[in-house]
Design a protein around this ligand. Sequence first.
Ligand code: C2E
Ligand code: SIN
Ligand code: SIN
Ligand code: FE
Ligand code: FE
Length: 391
Amino acid sequence: MPDVPPSPLYSHEDPLSVLNSAANLSRKLEAIHEDVLRRIDAVHRIAIATYDGATDLLKTFIASSGPNNTLVYYDAKLADSPSLKEILRVGRPRVVNDLDLFRKGSHTHTQVIKEMGFRSSYTMPMYQNGTFWGFVFFNSLQADVFTPERLRLLDVYGHLIASLVTSEILAVRVLAAAVKTAHDMVHFRDPETGTHIDRMSRYSRLIARHLAASGIHRIDDRTIERIFEFAPLHDLGKVGIPDRILLKPDRLTDEEREVMKTHTTRGLRMIEEIARNFGLEHFEGLDLLRHIAESHHEALDGSGYPRGLKGDQIPLEARIVAVADVFDALTSARPYKPAWSNEEAFGFLRKMAKGKLDGDCVEGLIGNEKEVKEIQRQFTDEARDREGKRG
Ligand code: C2E
Ligand code: SIN
Ligand code: SIN
Ligand code: FE
Ligand code: FE
């Protein structure tokens, strides 16, 4: 009991006060879900999928479904789901009061939802300044849950969820854009940019998905997407390396190599600076970016740099990016070395998996050779020049 009885003016406890805190988005979504359940106890799952217009892909982003929350990762083309597309065409949310309607549906979403036993759903499109960027799904194990009166209530929750997710997505974009701008402004001329970045960020995502799908590590979809978005920034600190070393068409001397190694800690310092300048120090994704920039040259046996971390001391995201980076460096021609074949590079990675690189990450790449080849086919220097992209 407090010494002074609380004034009745302040007796109400806001059930959504966690939204005021720096808690992560999953925790905030859970709090909203709990509050929804106090009013409509049959809303068993709330999920968000984000949409990427460039690829027409809809991706699971985050979900809340009570104590046994499982987020099944999938991405699927919006074009393959006529009934979700219809939401955008008519400009209205979709109410399905018995998912039996979708019994014959083949869309990945519908499959996942059916397997989980859901019977009814309410789906709201999310827009930011008129641009569509995803859906919020309310799902129930019971049929006929979504009455007009309940929908009026869920609309308010849906918009609240949408604005929370938007600000999170914006923070990631602002941070990535700020770091990239810093990169570009100092006339970054690392010969390895361009397609190296395109490929190695996709290899990183491929590895992260493998680790998550095979249950080796718990990595949620948002983290996988962030690894993909932040992997291109791993060598940011090369900005501070003098051209005579960075652009040297020859093998580096030991002295030059020591200077080159400072790109890891330089990158970390730049990220701290940028995060401070943009007021993003508390952004929960920042650690991921820090780890990728600082620790992508660490080795499991402690022989890496800059800190000589060992095994699990090396953050998982850095172990993932390391494999992607080395594989692409080996299979690319550099002024000081020819490109290796995939077979040679895979063989080398297998050897490195004993003591240097993370074996599960190596397996995630080698075990997905088809996807690796597809990435290599799609992101060649020639394709990039054709599209007139920055090289
Ligand atoms: P990078 O080219 O992106 O290479 C990333 C990592 O891939 C390297 O980290 C190394 O672990 C591996 N790697 C790349 N090429 C080879 C290779 O021919 N043989 C083997 N065994 N491993 C290879 P590392 O060594 O810490 O190098 C970091 C960065 O320093 C490189 O990034 C590159 O920008 C630069 N660099 C490294 N060695 C040389 C060099 O001899 N000459 C020049 N001009 N730059 C170099
Ligand atoms: C939908 O369009 O969302 C349902 C149809 C399907 O799953 O194929
Ligand atoms: C979902 O909740 O992830 C999608 C299900 C649907 O299409 O209604
Ligand atoms: Fe590097
Ligand atoms: Fe690299």
